[in-house]
Write a protein that binds this ligand. Structure first.
Ligand code: UN1
Length: 540
């Protein structure tokens, strides 16, 4: 079966045909099956009986081949003028716009994100393409004055070489676009290992890049698991086939990536976990803050790295706020977002996320926290009245709100990927800020207050890489620096002009037209000194 074609399998629903995409690797401009021939099924997170795609389970040999193709294509690509590379990125933006609705549908079907959010995600990739199209006409270096005559100094941004990109399944098109687009624009070639939870959307995104005119070998995609194909990309760092890693995923794997890159004297870009705080103070617009907490905590079923974890509530408003939030949470529509646009959140993306989510109940209970919502998996016998679809067809869970949490509890410190938040009571802003900074993470953060002075003190005191004032912890725009501190990353940033530093190295060049050897610091004429001023009359 040729790649990208659809085939009829067991995916028939109500008698209608649901296509399954045959996903192939992209290596050296060719769509290929893996050498070993093994396959990974990508089933819809919403409905396990729906086979969205069948993808190659790539091995080290496949990944090496992709890296060699990328190495082979790099020089030529780097020699293409940056504005011309930018035009290709611009065409990618147009291609994505043209297919926005279909791509959003596939995101919704494959990983279970509601259509509203899936459209937002595709838009984020379009925004990124539009931003970097014109960056191809900047990609500025500097002219620097020399300390000697007839000599000029310049700086240039140079590509790093082959960029190995490893991405997660929760943002299967937006986050890869944050990496692939600037990496290519800067003149690097790419080997991308997408999440095996989202092979189909990755394959289609690859097709869009090919359609936009990315030459053979410049973008290579190797599908497979993190344990085999992802590790293989890291092995290729040791084998000097990869010059840069950008990784989005867990803090635990991020540490491994950091070690491997470190011993090869490379600086990886690491976008890792979070335990994101939101503060609601007594002077806040409570309804606005409830809206923000609802989306931050439960939008995307809590599966964003920017999702809310610790909701820090000022004592005087805690009771009223909690009641309002609880009423809203109990009213949201959960279920299969392919069946209804009303669905607020869908399933957990994969079984392993579900297994880890289920472990958090015991942790929180041992800590002494109190669950004020329903617990665990949604089933046919125990489901919200407005649930959409069949709960048994995916990993659907109840939203969880834990009361009585203190920041030093395990549940206050440990990242849990899923729809769960902790309520932590504080007395006033100072304590709230201390609690907000009380985890080893530092990705996103938010505060609700009307006081400009408090806004300023919060901005200056918070340890996170990203902060919202009177808005949700999630929803960063595509042209602001995205990234975190502490266990949330290594200080590198994605997006906007800041990501250029991740995919380029500075090259310093001096051009000497003096016609004789001029030595810096040594042959420098700083002019004559005058005779020293006589200060003796002043008693000196
Ligand atoms: C992620 O969860 O890895 O700010 C990325 C946000 C989105 C991106 C999240 N724009 O929530």
């Amino acid at each position: 079966m040729p790649p990208g074609m659809t085939r009829k399998l067991e995916t028939k629903k109500n008698g209608s045909f649901v296509p399954t995409v045959v996903v192939h690797n992209l290596i050296g401009g060719e769509e290929r099956a893996p050498r070993a021939g093994a396959e990974i099924e990508s089933r819809s997170a919403c409905d396990q009986s729906d086979l969205v795609g069948i993808a190659p389970a790539s091995t080290l040999e496949d990944v090496r081949e992709a890296c060699r193709a990328a190495k082979g294509a790099q020089r030529r690509w780097a020699n293409m003028p940056a504005p011309a590379r930018g035009e290709i990125i611009g065409r990618l933006g147009e291609t994505l716009s043209r297919h926005k609705e279909t791509l959003s549908r596939v995101v919704c079907r494959e990983i279970g994100k509601p259509m509203r959010e899936a459209r937002g995600e595709v838009q984020e990739a379009i925004d990124t393409a539009h931003f970097f199209q014109s960056e191809g006409r900047r990609l500025y270096g500097q002219t620097v004055p020399s300390e000697m005559p007839n000599k000029e100094l310049f700086t240039y941004r140079r590509p790093l070489g082959v960029a190995g990109l490893i991405t997660a399944g929760n943002f299967p098109i937006a986050v890869p676009s944050w990496k692939i687009i600037p990496a290519l624009l800067c003149g690097n070639t790419v080997v991308w290992k997408p999440s095996d939870d989202a092979s189909t959307i990755a394959f289609l995104f690859g097709r869009m890049l090919e359609e936009a005119g990315v030459p053979p070998g410049v973008l290579n995609i190797v599908h497979g698991t993190g344990a085999v194909a992802g590790q293989a990309v890291l092995t290729c760092v040791d084998e000097r086939l990869v010059d840069k890693i950008s990784f989005t995923g867990s803090t635990a794997i991020g540490r491994q990536v950091g070690e491997i890159c470190g011993r090869n004297l490379q600086v990886p870009s690491l976008e890792l976990g979070g335990k994101n705080p939101m503060i609601v103070l007594r002077d806040a617009d409570i309804d606005l803050a409830v809206d923000g907490a609802l989306f931050s905590g439960f939008g995307t079923a809590g599966q964003r790295c920017t999702s809310l974890a610790n909701l820090i509530l000022d004592k005087p408003i805690k009771k009223a706020f909690t009641e309002k939030l609880l009423a809203r949470v109990n009213g949201i529509c959960i279920g299969n977002p392919n069946l209804s646009e009303d669905v607020f959140y869908g399933p957990l993306i994969a079984e392993r996320f579900f297994a880890r989510f289920m472990e958090h109940y015991d942790m929180a209970k041992k800590d002494g926290a109190k669950l004020i919502t329903k617990e665990g998996r949604i089933t046919a016998a125990n489901k919200p009245a407005n649930f959409v679809g069949d709960p048994a067809s995916g990993y659907y869970v109840f939203p969880a709100i834990w009361d009585g949490v203190r920041i030093d509890m395990n549940i206050g410190q440990t990242e849990v990927f899923g729809p769960t938040i902790n309520l932590i009571e504080v007395d006033g802003f100072e304590e709230a800020l201390q609690v907000a900074n009380g985890t080893p993470y530092g990705l996103s953060s938010s505060i609700y207050t009307q006081s400009p002075q408090t806004m300023l003190t919060f901005k200056q005191g918070i340890g996170a890489g990203m902060s919202s004032i009177n808005n949700s912890t999630s929803g960063a725009e595509a042209h602001l620096p995205f990234g975190g501190n502490g266990w949330s990353g290594n200080g590198t940033r994605e997006s906007g002009i800041w990501v250029l530093d991740a995919y380029t190295k500075w090259h310093a060049v001096n051009v000497d037209l003096a016609g004789k050897l001029q030595l810096a610091q040594i042959d420098v004429d700083f002019g004559q000194t005058r005779e020293a001023t006589d200060l003796s009359a002043l008693g000196g």
